[in-house]
Design a protein around this ligand. Sequence first.
Ligand SMILES: NC(=O)C1=CN([C@@H]2O[C@H](COP(=O)(O)OP(=O)(O)OC[C@H]3O[C@@H](n4cnc5c(N)ncnc54)[C@H](O)[C@@H]3O)[C@@H](O)[C@H]2O)C=CC1
Ligand SMILES: O=C([O-])CC(=O)C(=O)O
Length: 329
Amino acid sequence: MVKVTVCGAAGGIGQPLSLLLKQSPLISHLSLFDIVNTPGVAADLSHINSASKVTGHVGNEQMEDALKDATIVVIPAGVPRKPGMTRDDLFKINAGIIRDLAVGVAKYAPKAFVLVISNPVNSTVPIVSEVFKKHGVYDAKKIFGVTTLDIVRASTFVSELINADPAQLKVPVVGGHSGVTILPLLSQVEGTNKLTQEQVEQVTNRIQFGGDEVVKAKAGTGSATLSMAFAGARFTLAVLDAINGKSGVVECTYVNLEADAEGAKAIKQVVGDDVAYFSAQVQLGKEGVAKINAIGSLSDFEKKLFEAALPELKGNIVKGASFITDAKL
Ligand SMILES: NC(=O)C1=CN([C@@H]2O[C@H](COP(=O)(O)OP(=O)(O)OC[C@H]3O[C@@H](n4cnc5c(N)ncnc54)[C@H](O)[C@@H]3O)[C@@H](O)[C@H]2O)C=CC1
Ligand SMILES: O=C([O-])CC(=O)C(=O)O
């Protein structure tokens, strides 16, 4: 039995993400949790003729049923940005939402893989980790920040420039998931040597601020939901493939570097000892993180991007972790 619970399932990301997951034969029970509207979403999705069972759960009193025995918990719960806001501006509201959901997961599904979509990801992942530590159920190998949308965007934008197939083109994007902390490594992609430095800088900026492009176009009605649902489903299905024993599953994802002490060594040589969380190319296995791959070679331009990213990333991590370490749960 593979149960996947989506927390925030009635939202802009939650609904299309649940639709995509309903199509997967790897899932036997899709459990939809939110503070509103999940009975309707669940009734609707349950008419789709794929094998999985769909259940809807609303509010804290139904949280245990929603979460218990879950193999994977995906969390797109919380408020999205409006124009003019940074992802960090969401901390005020989303930190508390993520803390409370993490307490529920730590109590009712302590062995689940937790996939955090809610922003600011750079801080919400440390929040989940610290809650799990306080409950004595922490396993760094199983808690992931979903940065797949950065990878999806990078494949799209770069392939337009080098005339490649976007579905096949892999562009590593490491670091964090906000503005300058998003670090696309174009120099590692075959075919990008054709680009001028100006093109490299422009497309790097577009990847870093792709979220803002959508926020602006949606003009106050929210941020990326459909492309995020696609990216979230891709990452969830990759985790499921790895759980099912598929080898060679590698995705960029934001993890605590403790998840692979050996792999972390090479990364820390580049980012320093005091960066606890980093999105890297991660090999996924049955137990979660199997190996964190090295960052690889960087161009001079990319080295400068790292310098700009690290102070903000470290600040975001400390802000998230101390929200829990300084609190009583
Ligand atoms: N990691 C990434 O790449 C991306 C992250 N996001 C983030 O995802 C989050 C959700 O975005 P949208 O779906 O557009 O927002 P939305 O407002 O459309 O949906 C959020 C859902 O969360 C629910 N919710 C609120 N508090 C809850 C709680 N305590 N328990 C369960 N559910 C709760 C709401 O009722 C709502 O249905 C935002 O924080 C956004 O910034 C968005 C795009 C990309
Ligand atoms: O930009 C936002 O606020 C939502 C997000 O994380 C993204 O689209 O990458």
